[in-house]
Design a protein around this ligand. Structure first.
Ligand code: DMJ
Length: 644
C-alpha cells in the first residue's frame, strides 16, 4: 500500500474547455466525431459524406482566404495563452501548421451508454421503478410514525426516548429536543397529526422551558432546537414561499420562540473576550461559561452560522449574523495545516489548541459550514464571503493530500486522522461522522445542481471533479462500513487495513463481504447510534449524480434499521454491538434519528424536486433553510419584517 494520493488531475477523465486551447481544425473534427451526431450520422453514408465535405470546405476557405482577422484559435487563447498564441495569422504556412497542431480534447459529449458508465443518469426511471420507490418511501414514513408514537407514548416533552425502559430522558438540557427536531420531518412527510401534536406542544411549553432551564450546549441547542424552529417557520409559510403545514401554530409563533432562544444563546458570544463563543449557556439568566477544560470545539463554534444568518434574515435584526460570522472572519486569520485545523480552540486566547486534526468528532461540521454558509450568502454582492469558499477549497486540497489513503487489499478510499498534526503520524481511523463528507464534497462541486447539468454548462473545474470523485469513492466506503457487519449497520468508528496497520480477528462479522479484511472494528467502537451521515451523503449524491445505486444502498441500510433497531412497543434503539447477532441493544433513541436519518431516507426515495439542493441549504441537523438572494441582504427583507 503506497502513501501516494488516489486523487490527481490525471485520474480525472475530463477536459474543461475553459482551461484548454484547441485548434480550429480540432474544434470542427472533434465536434463531429465526439458528439452524438457521430453515432447517429457517421454510420450512414450521407452523414459521412456531409461531414467530410464540411471539413474539406472549411480547410479550403482557411487556406485561400488570407485575412487579418484573428483566428478562432487565437480568440480561444485570449486571457490564457502567450503573446505568440495571440498573434494574427496571415500566411498559409502558419495555417497549415495550425491545422496539424496537436490540441487537447474537447469537454466530453457523452452518449447515453457512456453517461451511464460514467455515473451520469439521465433516463427517467420507469413506472415500475417509481412505484417501487414510492412504496419504499411509505415504509420510511411508517418508520417515522412508529418512532414518534413511542416517543409520544413514553417520553413526550423529554429530550429523548429510552425505548427499552419506556421512559423519557433529558440529555440535552430539557427543551423537548425530539419534538422540535422531528417537526419539519413530519411537515415534509405530510403527517398532519404529528405536526399538530408537536406544534401544540411547542406553542404551549417551549417558551416557558427556555426561560426556566439551566445549562445547555450552545451548538446542540442551536442545530437541533433553533434550527428546527427556523425550518418549521419556513415550511409552515413564514416567508410565504411554501406551506407544508395545514395545521399547528402560526409561523410567527416559531419565529418568536426562536428569537427568544437565540437572544439567550447570544450570551455565549458576548461574554467571551474573543470572537470564539463559550460552549455552554445558562438559559434562565442568559449567561455563558466555557466547558470544564476551558476550550471550545472547533466544529461547534463554526456550526451556528447558517442558523444565525437565517434568523437575522427573517427577523430583520442583524445581530445574530454579526456575532456568528465573526467566528469565520477570525478563523480566516489563524494558521492552518494546508487548510486543515485542530479540533480545539480557546475562547480566551482565540487560538487553536493542540495538534489533533480530523474530520470526525469536533472537526466535522467546520468543513461542512464553510461551503454551506458560502452557498447561503454568496448572492450578496458586496458581502465578500468568497474567503469561505477559498478556505473550503484549500481544506479539501489538504484532505486529499494529507488524509486520504486506500486500504489493503481492495483499495477502499478512506479519510484518516492526524493525531499529532502535520508532523505526527497518520492514523487509519475514521469516525462514522466523517461520512457527512461525501455529501458536502458533492454539494461543493456542483453547488446543488445535477452533475449532468453542471457538465453540460461547463461549470466544473478540475478540482470539482477531484472532489466529486472523492465523494463517490468515500460514499462507497461508508456504505461498506454497513455491509461488512453482521447486522448491516455501521459501527461508530472503523479502522482500515494499510501497509502500516492491521489487527487480526476484528472484522465486522459478515463473511460474505468482500471487504472483511479491509475494515477493522475495535471492540469499543462497535456501537451504532442511528446516525444519519451515510444516508445524508447517499441522498445528496443521488440528487447530484442521479445514480440509482445510492437509493439501493439507502434501502439496504433502512432495512437493517428496521430489522435490528425497531422496538415493538414504540421507537427505535441504538445498539451496543453491530457485529454480533442478535445485537445487544442500548436503550436510547437519539433525536437525530427523526430529525435527520429518516428525513434523508424519505427524501432519497422521493421526488427530487422536493427541497431542491440549489434552493435550500440543510443545516447540520438536516433542517432546511431557503437560499433566496433578497432575504440575506443586511437586516433582512421588508417582506420578512412585514410578517412579524
Ligand atoms: C447530529 O447532531 C449532527 O449531524 C452533527 O453535526 C453531528 N452529529 C449528529 C448526528 O450524528
Amino acid at each position: 500500500m503506497s502513501k501516494s494520493l488516489p486523487y490527481s488531475v490525471k485520474d480525472v477523465h475530463y477536459d474543461n474547455a475553459k482551461f484548454r486551447h484547441r485548434s480550429f481544425f480540432k474544434v470542427i473534427t472533434q465536434t463531429l466525431f465526439t458528439s452524438d451526431m457521430k453515432r447517429e450520422c457517421v454510420s450512414c453514408s450521407t452523414g459521412k459524406f456531409l461531414g467530410l465535405f464540411m471539413i474539406f470546405g472549411l480547410a479550403c476557405l482557411m487556406l485561400t482566404h488570407a485575412s487579418k482577422t484573428p483566428s478562432v484559435t487565437d480568440g480561444l487563447s485570449k486571457g490564457l495563452g502567450t503573446n505568440e498564441e495571440q498573434k494574427v495569422v496571415t500566411d498559409v504556412g502558419v495555417r497549415f501548421k495550425k491545422l496539424l497542431r496537436r490540441a487537447p480534447r474537447l469537454p466530453p459529449r457523452l452518449s447515453r451508454n457512456e453517461k451511464v458508465s460514467s455515473g451520469i443518469f439521465t433516463g427517467k426511471p420507469n413506472e415500475h421503478d417509481e412505484e417501487k420507490w414510492k412504496a419504499r418511501q411509505r415504509n420510511v414514513k411508517e418508520a417515522f410514525t412508529h418512532a414518534w408514537s413511542g416517543y409520544k407514548k413514553f417520553a413526550m416533552g423529554y429530550d429523548e426516548l429510552l425505548p427499552l425502559s419506556m421512559q423519557g430522558f433529558d440529555g440535552l438540557g430539557g427543551l423537548g429536543a425530539t419534538v422540535v427536531d422531528s417537526l419539519d420531518t413530519a411537515m415534509i412527510m405530510g403527517l398532519e397529526e404529528v405536526v399538530s401534536e408537536a406544534g401544540s406542544w411547542i406553542e404551549s411549553n417551549l417558551l416557558e422551558r427556555i426561560s426556566q432551564k439551566g445549562d445547555v450546549n450552545l451548538f446542540e441547542t442551536t442545530i437541533r432546537v433553533l434550527g428546527g424552529l427556523l425550518s418549521a417557520y419556513h415550511l409552515s409559510g413564514g416567508d410565504q414561499d411554501m406551506n407544508l403545514a395545514k395545521t399547528g401554530p402560526k409561523p410567527t409563533i416559531y419565529l418568536e420562540i426562536a428569537k427568544n432562544l437565540a437572544d439567550r444563546l447570544l450570551s455565549a458570544f458576548t461574554s467571551s473576550p474573543t470572537p470564539i463563543p463559550y460552549s455552554d449557556v445558562l438559559l434562565k439568566n442568559s449567561s455563558a461559561h466555557p466547558a470544564s477544560n476551558l476550550l471550545s470545539s472547533t466544529s461547534e463554534v463554526s456550526t451556528l452560522q447558517l442558523e444565525f444568518n437565517y434568523l437575522s434574515a427573517i427577523s430583520g435584526d442583524p445581530k445574530y449574523k454579526t456575532e456568528g460570522m465573526k467566528v469565520f472572519a477570525h478563523f480566516k486569520t489563524l494558521p492552518k495545516v494546508e487548510g486543515l485545523v485542530p479540533i480545539y480552540v480557546s475562547p480566551h486566547s482565540g487560538e487553536f489548541i493542540g495538534q489533533e486534526i480530523r474530520l470526525g468528532s469536533r472537526g466535522d461540521s467546520y468543513y461542512e459550514y464553510l461551503i454551506k454558509v458560502w452557498l447561503q450568502l454568496r448572492s450578496i454582492q458586496d458581502g465578500n464571503f468568497t474567503y469561505l469558499y477559498d478556505m473550503y477549497e484549500e481544506a479539501m486540497r489538504g484532505v486529499r493530500h494529507l488524509l486520504v489513503q486506500k486500504t489493503i487489499p481492495n483499495e477502499l478510499v478512506f479519510v484518516g486522522e492526524l493525531p499529532g498534526g502535520s508532523k505526527g503520524s497518520f492514523s487509519p481511523k475514521m469516525d462514522h461522522l466523517v461520512c457527512f463528507l461525501p455529501g458536502t464534497l458533492a454539494l461543493g462541486a456542483t453547488k446543488g445542481i445535477t452533475k449532468e447539468k453542471a457538465m453540460k454548462d461547463n461549470l466544473l473545474t478540475i478540482e470539482d471533479f477531484e472532489n466529486l470523485k472523492l465523494a463517490e469513492d468515500l460514499a462507497k466506503t461508508c456504505f461498506e462500513m454497513y455491509s461488512v457487519t453482521s447486522t448491516g449497520l455501521a459501527p461508530e468508528i472503523a479502522y482500515f487495513h494499510t501497509k502500516d496497520f492491521y489487527e487480526d480477528g476484528l472484522g465486522g462479522g459478515n463473511q460474505s463481504s468482500e471487504y472483511v479484511n479491509d475494515i477493522i472494528i475495535k471492540l469499543n467502537d462497535r456501537h451504532n447510534l442511528l446516525r444519519p451521515e451515510t444516508v445524508e451523503s447517499l441522498f445528496v449524491l443521488y440528487r447530484i449524480t442521479q445514480d440509482p445505486k445510492y437509493r439501493e444502498w439507502g434501502w439496504q441500510i433502512f432495512q437493517s434499521f428496521e430489522k435490528y433497531t425497531k422496538v415493538d412497543s414504540g421507537g427505535y434503539t441504538s445498539l451496543n454491538d453491530v457485529t454480533t447477532l442478535p445485537p445487544q441493544r442500548r436503550d436510547k433513541m437519539e433525536t437525530f434519528f427523526l430529525g435527520e436519518t429518516l428525513k434523508y431516507l424519505y427524501l432519497l426515495f422521493g421526488d427530487s424536486s422536493v427541497i431542491p439542493l440549489d434552493k435550500f441549504v440543510f443545516n447540520t441537523e438536516a433542517h432546511p433553510f431557503p437560499i433566496k438572494d433578497a432575504i440575506y441582504l443586511e437586516g433582512g427583507s421588508n417582506m420578512m419584517k412585514g410578517t412579524m
